[in-house]
Design a protein around this ligand. Structure first.
Ligand SMILES: [Cu+2]
Length: 201
């Protein structure tokens, strides 16, 4: 309550002057949010379960046929002062789910693979799930997922807390990343889905 954090206030004033001069001062630059938290006194760490601090916006899933693989996307936001670590995910779409990243392999080709340690949403930050980037991988679909359908997901965090969210299925032409051969090929069940993904339809 005793918010007399003058540097932030002063910065706002300077920013206002700059705005007059340059018309180039974004609201984000003037926000005291990132600076004022660091002065919190003893024991002020956010002790909410991670699931209570994390939201996902604009969640969607790429439509796909039975036995194919697809993915879920959206923007994860963490309102806590502590990093939030998603360690696993389940959904009503398939029992075969993984947390994936997209990286360059030895030959420079972009491939997706399971991310070690899961997704980390930084304290008071965001973590984007998007085609050609991080995503929630859905493999071996037992049934088609079609545009307009809702799919329910459950995120599990490192502290054991869980959060459900619903994503809507959309038709989308992209997100045909190759699956890193080093992961998953041990499981014969994956192979049909991988071939479908390679064929690009
Ligand atoms: Cu993937």
């Amino acid at each position: 309550m005793l918010n007399t954090y003058t540097p932030a206030t002063r910065f706002s004033v300077i920013c206002g002057v700059a705005l007059l001069a340059l018309t180039g001062c974004s609201a984000g630059d003037a926000s005291p949010a990132s600076g004022s938290h660091t002065t919190a006194p003893t024991g002020a760490a956010d002790e909410r379960p991670a699931a209570d601090a994390v939201t996902i916006e604009e969640a969607w899933v790429k439509s796909a046929e039975k036995d194919e693989m697809t993915a879920a996307f959206g923007l994860l936001k963490n309102s806590s002062d502590t990093d939030a670590n998603i360690v696993s995910v389940t959904s009503t779409a398939s029992p075969m789910m993984e947390l994936h990243e997209t990286v360059a392999n030895e030959s420079g080709q972009m491939v997706m693979r399971e991310v070690e340690g899961g997704f980390v949403i930084p304290a008071n930050g965001e973590f984007s799930l998007e085609p050609a980037g991080n995503h929630i991988m859905i493999m071996g679909l037992p049934a088609a997922v079609t545009a307009g359908e809702d799919i329910t997901f459950t995120l599990e965090f490192a502290d054991g807390s869980t959060r459900d969210f619903t994503a809507i299925v959309k038709d989308y032409a992209g997100a045909n990343e190759n699956y890193d051969g080093g992961h998953g090929e041990h499981d014969a069940h994956d192979d049909a889905a991988e071939h479908d993904a390679h064929s690009g339809h």
